[in-house]
Write a protein of this length. Sequence first.
Lengths: 342, 342, 342
Amino acid sequence: MAFVRNLWYVAAWSHDVPAGKPVGVEVLGEPLVLYRRGDGGLTAFDDRCPHRLAPLSLGRVEGDDLRCMYHGLRFAPDGRCVELPGSAKPPARLAVRTFPVVERWSWIWVWPGDPAKADPARVPRAFGLEDPDWVYRSGALDYAADYELLNDNLCDLSHLDFVHEKSLGWASGSKWSNDSPRISAEDDGLRIERWFRDHPIMGSQPQRVDTWSSYRYVLPGLFLLTTQAFPVGTAEASGLGPPDGKPIFHRIDQQSVTPIGVGRSRYLWALGFPRAIATPAFLEGAYQVTRKSFDEDKRIIEAQQRIWERLPPERKPSAIPQDQAPAMFRRLVSQRLADETS
Amino acid sequence: MAFVRNLWYVAAWSHDVPAGKPVGVEVLGEPLVLYRRGDGGLTAFDDRCPHRLAPLSLGRVEGDDLRCMYHGLRFAPDGRCVELPGSAKPPARLAVRTFPVVERWSWIWVWPGDPAKADPARVPRAFGLEDPDWVYRSGALDYAADYELLNDNLCDLSHLDFVHEKSLGWASGSKWSNDSPRISAEDDGLRIERWFRDHPIMGSQPQRVDTWSSYRYVLPGLFLLTTQAFPVGTAEASGLGPPDGKPIFHRIDQQSVTPIGVGRSRYLWALGFPRAIATPAFLEGAYQVTRKSFDEDKRIIEAQQRIWERLPPERKPSAIPQDQAPAMFRRLVSQRLADETS
Amino acid sequence: MAFVRNLWYVAAWSHDVPAGKPVGVEVLGEPLVLYRRGDGGLTAFDDRCPHRLAPLSLGRVEGDDLRCMYHGLRFAPDGRCVELPGSAKPPARLAVRTFPVVERWSWIWVWPGDPAKADPARVPRAFGLEDPDWVYRSGALDYAADYELLNDNLCDLSHLDFVHEKSLGWASGSKWSNDSPRISAEDDGLRIERWFRDHPIMGSQPQRVDTWSSYRYVLPGLFLLTTQAFPVGTAEASGLGPPDGKPIFHRIDQQSVTPIGVGRSRYLWALGFPRAIATPAFLEGAYQVTRKSFDEDKRIIEAQQRIWERLPPERKPSAIPQDQAPAMFRRLVSQRLADETS
């Protein structure tokens, strides 16, 4: 399995890397170590000391530097060894590989490709968990499955009616699997939009609404969903296009899928609501149903992965109409891969 | 490792597949799903949805059909998709592979070979657990070992004196390892018969009997044993052949060995006694000593498997006289394998 | 990974093999079984019955012999089958492979190479745990790491300042990583000697001493360390060579690294003190800090191994001055390997 390298990948939530502690992560099959310098800024290294390959994630942050705690080599943020126990001066060649790293939208992004192409301006726009007018919950799941199966899952929400029949699908109050959203190709992903008209605002509640559900699915694997409920009639009044006005209900979901190896992925997710509409109990309830849903996805996707790995190559999966968006995103990934390897 | 395909294989106990619940099993390395239709009859499918390979064993039984709970495709017992969410009519090509399946002798049998050859009349005769005049206990063990090592074990009961020295061997009151049973080739297996003469009916009990022990070991790997005790002298009176008359004691053992993959097997076992001679306490005692014995087999056979896998190919095992029956059964399997691949 | 075969390898502590009980061990990827004959002497066999490869370590010691508890074959110490259930006389070819085995220095040594070359006089001299004037504690750790990484670790103690910063390194009261010991090549290994001058006898204790630290690291992977503290000034008075006189403090460490397979090693360790200076509480404290230290080694070395296994071959580790002794020992192993395979 090949990976597109020249992209910003989400390696961790910002809060996963505290001050003073190196943290090991994996991206595209490579172990990296992240740590915060004295000013809180991030450095990313190969997670192996160039000397004898001990992991630097077992090392110690010292000021702006990271010390390997096997034989004591100390590395500056540019990767060079600046202290070598038993030697007056470390040789210049003694250095660890560094990776471009950016912190944005509450995520830590690393660039596993050509460093010369690592433009921070190309970090995709997301929501972040910092807006004081909003409240959030977040989580993380490690998957024993290829990132493509997670992308497929997130590009086609028809599965909410089945996988999440008693959790997120039910709670949404909507019927997903017979619906045909508007799917638009964008330069770096897809936009998938739809109105659910005149449906219960949530589960079996009596209040009825029109809901605008709009998400982008962006390279390398970001899911950025806005859900807004309006009085019944708003969909029609908006010409079935994007609504204006202030919603009755508003939720955002920010998720990332990062290949951490062949057959292994890391899934980070968060949900948020305007502070004004979300009591602590409401937030907790939404968090629990969402977490349960993502355990449901993990169960079926990992089972799918195990079958996928054992499948005789001549038995191809069969396409159905609901595959349109997953297929578009797969083609986008394939195209980028072809561009990089040509 | 190759497997004979054109045979009925035991996939599960009948009671392992309740109404309304799909159950995943494995046979010859292939994951299958079993479920009961509305009338209780069984259907067997490949355990993967043809769409995106999600396991149908995580699906839902709906009347006679099985619905994949990833994207909601619904399959009829003939394997065809009869409902495709988001589409008016599923394409005819959208179908899951079906397998011939038969329920008999309290077992569910599937046929992994050419369906045209799947004659239910060829299901081997066993005992079943249904006779109201008898009482039974059953169990199941998954082995990390090739089916051949289990076949070897069951074709040569001399191991009872050693592996089961303090369990089934002792309880049997008989000496197995110096005995030479009569071994007869049959079309689909072996028949192994012997008299134990003038021995304690059980363990160290004072009552002495002649015991007729007779079993068939039948393709693909069925162990079907009858044990009957008679007054001392019956063996001689029967000319050392099969006894007539009504035994003092009677026990049946019904077991199956199914290859579920390379280096993995599933072992189903049951024991039964005439209701008239087996109190609940007696049945429980016999069950416990039998279960303990099969844990002993599993321990040594799995250890043997691990050595087998690591053995340099030039170091062959050495044959001894007690290998006669295992060797005959191995040849029978090899012959069938050669027939199928020629 | 190749192994030098014509060497005595430490397979177990003497106390690991009690009378009357066969014990399975592994050496160079081969499972062996050790047992004590009636006179307490040791026999070593391949841990597989020649009949059907069941492990003899699940067998039973009977007098001087070992019986396989699968089908009851009994083997004499010369490896020949002397009892075959169901046969009057076992065929002469029915035998298990034997290995030269010696018990010395509280260790059980086996010789996996050419038996004709197995000279017990070539067992390296160690300390043993038997001297009544001394007290000891011992332990064992299984490593998921190649023996070479353990050899590296033990040939360069500069890591004490980092890996064991808060355990053995601190307790030693010495600074290891800026020190340059005297390293001498010996025929079968290395000798590494140094004085630590005018330092705290232990941790932060006020008493100051000169300490003589001298160890041999011997093929295949034995670490034999003597640590002796003297009044300050002794180092200089000894011309920085080995001290005479009676030390204030004395400790020995006896350790072995045995490859049990590719990527797997067994590490046996013991520490000892003169009975006169070691109260039970002192011994217990030294044991605890030592055990903690070896858990620290295991953590970093196994992490190193995992990186090593994933490293693209073109990314070689970088040598530093402190690698002198590990590199010498690696060359010695390579030379022996080349000698054996030429």
